[in-house]
Design a protein around this ligand. Sequence first.
Ligand SMILES: [Zn+2]
Length: 180
Amino acid sequence: MEKLISVNSIEEIIPEYRHTPVGMLLEYHNLNRPFDTYGKAQLLIGMCMDNRKHLHMPDNFAYIIRSGGANLRYSEFKVSYAIGVGKVQHIALIGHNNCGMVNLISRKNDFIEGLVSSAGWEKERAEEHFFHFAPMFEIGSETDFILSEAKRLRLRYPRIKIAPLFYLIEDNRLYFIKES
Ligand SMILES: [Zn+2]
């Protein structure tokens, strides 16, 4: 994980994000900053649906969109809502290690058999469902995907500040992903 920048003090927050809502997220989550009171959201967080992650931050601080791999390509209306109506100007995109959306194809049989046995689906329908959607959600590498997603969103929303972050399952801390 040589691409990750750890944050153990305010000085280690990348200067362009320090004292912004992204920096505040890192202060709350990593540095145990006492919670402030918020009347409205300051930040939009895009993160994976994975159950192993919990963010330490105050009530009302952020909108959160959770989806496989923190992929926001199919949640764009919600992103636009948070910006247009919620008036947030910062997005934290949070990937994590050990993501189930990497090498999704290796979980094909579990996916199909699980839908058949747990949900009562026909096998063919479950297969079709998998092959239709898996290419949309498969990601090659967790860090590369977040970087490319940040790039895509910056083009789409040019005045919004977008930070690529990473959640390490082993220590439950947030990191910046190094951008070249
Ligand atoms: Zn994941």
